[in-house]
Design a protein around this ligand. Structure first.
Ligand SMILES: C[S@@+](CC[C@H](N)C(=O)[O-])C[C@H]1O[C@@H](n2cnc3c(N)ncnc32)[C@H](O)[C@@H]1O
Length: 275
């Protein structure tokens, strides 16, 4: 634990509050307090361009909770959650360990602020770890000692890539990255993935929507349904497919709020299993 305390102190020193960061923009949109002026400015700009952003983000988070619950109830007991975000209500380990107290979870994020909040992610009865690493260097994640200590790669793993791939540009080859991770897990493993799209916003200029992220640490790259589906290639997508997040197995446990601007959350989500 001493190591983690030191890592947290070092991480805190590396946080640049002057530049908006996706984790903190998302935190602000979810109603959190771990954000700074630059993050709030970017988030408010998003809301100006797309008035349903706040509700859409909440609907996206609700999808993540439902999908993790579904996987845990289906017997999945290992989760590699890349692009974790700042802890909020209903984090992956809380949902998974509610179903299976022995579920193992590793959180991975490239924003040091997530590590700073590691304590909130390390509560619970099961085994949970949080590491700072970058999705664009998948091998560094897969070979990380903390990941190896928690995840047994001879048994099925649920890889979670929720709301993170739209921060990886085409030039950075997100498909190769996802394939690299898919190849590292055995048959019976799952991929839980969600992604921003402008498919439901035909009149909105991509530029207007992505502009608030221009000054942030990562640009925003919305993708079409076909482009999102491609991430699942070779794996069997479970019902109801790769759909708008609000349409992915809605249940009574979640409050489904109205999303202004047509009711769309502007994100696709899906779950697939490795044959
Ligand atoms: C929109 S939040 C999604 C949080 C959570 N997965 C969810 O769906 O509620 C995106 C997260 O991805 C992280 N992120 C962005 N680019 C990343 C990268 N290249 N490697 C690791 N994490 C990244 C951000 O720091 C942020 O915490």
């Amino acid at each position: 634990m001493a190591d983690l305390t030191e890592a947290r102190a070092a991480a805190a020193a590396r946080i640049n509050t002057a530049v908006a960061h996706p984790a903190r923009v998302y935190d602000y949109l979810l109603g959190g307090k771990d954000n700074f002026a630059a993050d709030r400015e970017a988030a408010e700009e998003l809301i100006r361009v797309s008035p349903g952003t706040r509700e859409g983000v909440r609907a996206h988070r609700a999808f993540l909770r439902r999908a993790v619950r579904h996987l845990a109830e289906a017997g999945v007991s290992q989760f590699l959650d890349i692009g974790t975000g700042i802890p909020t209500q209903g984090n992956t380990h809380e949902i998974a360990q509610e179903v299976d107290p022995d579920a193992r979870v590793v959180y991975v994020d490239n924003d040091p602020i997530v590590l700073v909040h590691g304590r909130a992610l390390l509560t619970g009865t099961g085994m949970t770890r949080v590491i700072e690493a970058d999705l664009r260097q998948p091998e560094a994640i897969l070979s990380h000692p903390e990941v190896r200590a928690v995840i047994d790669f001879t048994r099925p793993v649920a890889v979670i890539l929720a709301g993170v791939l739209h921060f990886v540009t085409d030039e950075e080859d997100p498909y190769a990255t996802v394939e690299h991770i898919k190849a590292a897990v055995p048959a019976g493993s799952h991929l839980l993935l969600s992604h921003i799209t402008l498919d439901f916003a035909p009149r909105l200029l991509e530029e207007d929507f992505t502009k608030p992220y221009d000054k942030s640490t990562a640009p925003m790259v919305p993708r079409t349904h076909a482009e999102v589906l491609r991430f699942f290639e070779g794996w069997r997508v479970v019902d109801p497919g790769v759909v708008e997040v609000v349409k992915w197995r809605p249940d009574d446990k979640e409050r489904h709020e109205h999303i202004p601007g047509g009711g769309h959350a502007w994100a696709y989500g899906g779950v697939a299993v490795k044959p």
